[in-house]
Design a protein around this ligand. Sequence first.
Ligand code: FAD
Length: 434
Amino acid sequence: MTARTPHPPSLWAAVSPPTPERPPLTGDATADVAIVGAGFTGLSTALALAARGVRPVVLEAAAVGWGGSGRNNGQVIPVLSKAEPDELEARFGETGERLVALIRDSASILFDLVRAEGIEAEAEQTGWVQPAHAPDRVRVSAARVEAWAKRGAPAQMLDREETTALMGSSYWHGAMLNPTGGSINPLRLAQGMAAAAERHGATVHEDTPVSRLERAGDGWRLETPTGRLTARAVLLATNAYTDAHAPGLARRLARTVVPVPSWQMATEPLPDAVAKTVTPGRHAVSDTRGDLHFFRLDARNRLVTGGALVTKVNGTERIRRLATARVARMFPQIGPVGFTHIWNGDIGITWDRMPHVHRLGPGLWTWIGCNGRGVALSVALGPQLAAALLGDREGAAALPVTDVHPIPGHALGRRLATLMLPVYRRRDRRPLPA
Ligand SMILES: Cc1cc2nc3c(=O)[nH]c(=O)nc-3n(C[C@H](O)[C@H](O)[C@H](O)COP(=O)(O)OP(=O)(O)OC[C@H]3O[C@@H](n4cnc5c(N)ncnc54)[C@H](O)[C@@H]3O)c2cc1C
């Protein structure tokens, strides 16, 4: 047996206990449902299928949580990054309304799953905050609060004083607070979900890249280097990593997202007295900037933050400098800060900044394009995707199914995507029109 593909050098890989290796698929096998990718999407769908009495087989090219699911900031956020409720409902009608309700409930769905399955994921449902980075962005936050509160979300608007108290910093001007959000150790969550899915009857194979997917009778055949799996229905749960291991697997689909690197980093544990002053309520935070400022404390009081860079060249050093200066501006009380872990991962950006759900063929489903907000969403989508795979339209009624439209000039767009960063920074500085 080969050694399991290692995780990137993330904080999460360093602090999460080792898990048993799952052997690759060998020989010929059959399953009712095959799932490609063992991130939150694949594992949540596997859990939901198992709850419906189906025994899915999950094929993961590397290791459980190797993609975005094990590398992210661990913020559990019950809103999308750009698509607002009005926009989703205008575009998708009643399906949009159901999707908005699912997004509204998504953080609680994740934390409920953690509690129900007894998953040790350092989960803290302490709330998620989006502070406004400029006085005129308070208007944006207030509009968001109103839109979500209208749909029953417990969203609240905080004034400047309340925001300062909540953040432990006077850097922001007001904030939207949603108490259902929070944070997790994402790799432990993925690993815990895999173990739970197995307990309920799913099988998970690691180091099993699917290189080919073709129609076979009224089902599908999936080929891997050491085996073949035949299944009636298939979920491609490969998201931003759709062409990372097998570029030929789903070429058109891969061209519908631009994978954009996001850098993540963690400090040494902050001394207790300092940690108590940095987001004293231990909220997860992502502000209103396009060049996002985001952070949360982990279970050991490390500040886990990060940012974006235009190129990866000398990225570790450049992100270290950028984040050091940023942390000093946001939380001067921390003093000189040392980063012990720096890593990155790809976020799948779609042309319209919406999550895309596709039926790629009979019984062949996928969703792609989290646009940076996929932790809660991908877990919440699992039961919907499970229903779709089983042909249960009612159970899948929140899925906004669209046709696949590859982005024109995708290869070039992919190379140039990070050049948008200076544009976002300019927009962040520019006042909003009155
Ligand atoms: C650096 C970073 C920070 C983020 N921070 C946040 C955050 O704080 N909050 C938030 O809400 N969202 C965040 N996100 C987004 C979130 O992590 C993702 O939306 C979510 O994890 C997607 O889960 P997934 O299961 O759909 O995809 P992934 O977790 O990416 O899983 C896809 C899996 O498919 C596997 N795969 C690909 N091709 C094949 C193949 N041919 N055969 C077999 N397996 C294959 C990959 O190895 C991978 O494990 C972040 C993303 C990144 C990258």
